[in-house]
Design a protein around this ligand. Structure first.
Ligand code: ZN
Ligand code: ZN
Length: 305
């Protein structure tokens, strides 16, 4: 990536790093589109390697691995307090949209037997969903809502169903509502009022809608990140008089990545229901910006194509 909106396929030097991984699958997500349009904290100086949901084969051992997109320093205050997702000196590992990636061993997670690399790559976003659900602290039987039926919203809905919640996912696209129902949730065009609300859109209006859908005393988890520099105004009354518990959720920890791999491997989260077209690197720049029709699905980039 040479800058916002400028993505090219080029021959570059071999990536430098401790372990080389031949990439078999790198999935796309809304973060990639946001990063392509506006830049992103995880991208280095331009030109930057790009792509952060990556699975492939270690060149040294032949093991199949998910290449985690970050390694926490282990030494800062946040790391010492067990919040590695908030590490103040994070090393980002990006470059999934390439034939090879170099990664520190600490970024690598062994892919369980029986899980394709296509599915394993989705363990990165699923780990973020696992983390967000941990932030939500759902109780079984709670009336939970997810706002937004993109792939992240669908993953959140599925995890809440697995937690035993009564889940409603709201999205204006009927195709995405059907996907939510297939994941065991109910679906609606708009939310009512709920005891637990997870926002998975990443726009100021959606943050406000999540607050509006929160019953008194509810917990609201903001999972979708608004673009950097964005300011959001929220109504004061429910935050105070309804004692809303509003929390952010960002990124994940290594154990959450392993949990996500396990959930995918045992079929608890059906990654095929979220998998879209399989494309080569040359098609990526155009495919990323193509308006998505209907269902929420992730492109699978296979650089060997
Ligand atoms: Zn992603
Ligand atoms: Zn740290």
């Amino acid at each position: 990536m040479h800058g916002p909106g400028d993505l090219r396929v080029e021959e570059v030097d071999e990536p430098a790093g401790e372990v080389l991984v031949t990439i078999h699958a790198a999935t796309t997500c809304a973060t990639d589109l946001k990063a392509l349009r506006h830049g992103h904290v995880m991208l280095g100086p331009y030109p930057s390697r790009f792509g952060h949901e990556t699975a492939g084969v270690r060149e040294d051992t032949g093991e199949r691995v998910l290449v985690g997109d970050s390694v926490a320093c282990g030494a800062c205050v946040q790391c010492a307090d067990g919040r590695r997702q908030l590490c103040e000196a994070m090393t980002w590992v990006v470059g999934g949209f390439a034939e090879r990636i170099a990664a520190p061993p600490a970024a690598l997670h062994v892919v369980p037997a029986g899980l394709d690399c296509d599915g394993a790559a989705m363990a990165e976003p699923l780990a973020a969903a696992v983390h967000a659900v941990a932030r939500a602290q759902p109780r079984a039987g709670v009336d939970a809502a997810v706002l937004g039926g993109g792939t992240m919203g669908l993953m959140l809905a599925r995890l809440l169903v697995l937690e035993g919640c009564e889940v409603t996912l709201a999205d204006r696209h009927p195709e995405r509502r059907a996907q939510a129902i297939a994941f065991g949730a109910r679906a609606a065009e708009q939310l009512g009022r709920h005891e637990l609300v997870l926002e998975a859109v990443g726009r100021p209006a959606a943050w406000r809608a999540a607050i509006a859908a929160a019953a008194p005393g509810a917990t609201v988890v903001l999972v979708g990140g608004c673009p950097a520099g964005c300011a959001v105004s929220l109504p004061a009354a429910p935050l105070h008089y309804a004692e809303l518990d509003v929390r952010g959720a960002f990124h994940h920890q290594p154990a959450e990545v392993d949990r996500a791999l396990e959930l995918l491997a045992i079929g608890a989260v059906d990654w095929r229901a979220l998998a879209g077209d399989r494309i080569g690197l040359d098609e990526l720049a155009e495919a990323l910006v193509r308006p998505s029709a209907g269902e929420a699905r992730k492109l699978i980039v296979d650089p060997r194509m």
